[in-house]
Design a protein around this ligand. Structure first.
Ligand SMILES: [Fe+2]
Ligand SMILES: [Fe+2]
Length: 191
């Protein structure tokens, strides 16, 4: 359903849950980045009116998530800390082709895969976090990220024929799994 080419190994949850403060900080940046990415696409493609409303709605949802994670940090007595760009994002998006409309297609499909991986990992956290309220929090978020995954695929299907979208999604999913497998172990959602 999520188009991912690999499953998160069971030891991932145990590893990241030992540094939940860092994971929540990373998570806050991830939500902010997701909102920025959606707004950035609206700016980059003013000629594609079909992108505007769905991406605007998605950006608003990501900002709500951002604020929710900020609240979780505040509950733990923490403020948002600066964080280096994620190697996962950079390496994943490096596969984006430069000519249009391939660039738009790849941008949308990479976004779909990031949403899918976030969703998959939120599910793991919703099952393994010690704190019940945090489990519920992640359970709520994973439904949104699954919807966002679908929203990006729907937009992608308006950019290229279905067979081309499917083939490129499969290739990028393989790439995503490879990039993730090569990420050094860090207390981040995509590592
Ligand atoms: Fe989100
Ligand atoms: Fe999302």
């Amino acid at each position: 359903v999520l188009s991912l080419a690999s499953a998160t190994p069971p030891e991932w949850a145990a590893r990241v849950l030992t540094d939940l403060d860092a994971v929540l900080n990373d998570h806050a940046h991830l939500e902010k980045k997701a909102a920025g990415n959606a707004v950035g696409l609206i700016f980059r493609y003013p000629q594609h009116a079909f992108l505007a409303a769905p991406l605007s709605r998605l950006a608003r949802e990501e900002l709500v998530h951002f604020e929710q994670v900020l609240e979780r940090l505040a509950e733990r007595g923490l403020a948002l800390r600066p964080l280096k760009a994620s190697p996962y994002m950079g390496k994943l998006r490096a596969a984006t082709r430069t000519a249009e409309p391939q660039r738009l297609l790849d941008s949308l499909l990479c976004s779909a895969l990031i949403e899918a991986r976030s969703c998959e990992r939120f599910k793991v956290l919703s099952e393994h976090a010690d704190d019940g309220s945090l489990r519920d929090f992640y359970k709520g978020l994973l439904a949104s990220e699954a919807r966002h995954h679908g929203a990006f695929l729907t937009l992608a299907s308006q950019v290229a024929p279905e067979a081309e979208v499917r083939a490129r999604l499969d290739a990028l999913a393989q790439h995503e799994a490879q990039v993730l497998a090569e990420c050094p172990a860090m207390p981040r959602l995509h590592a």
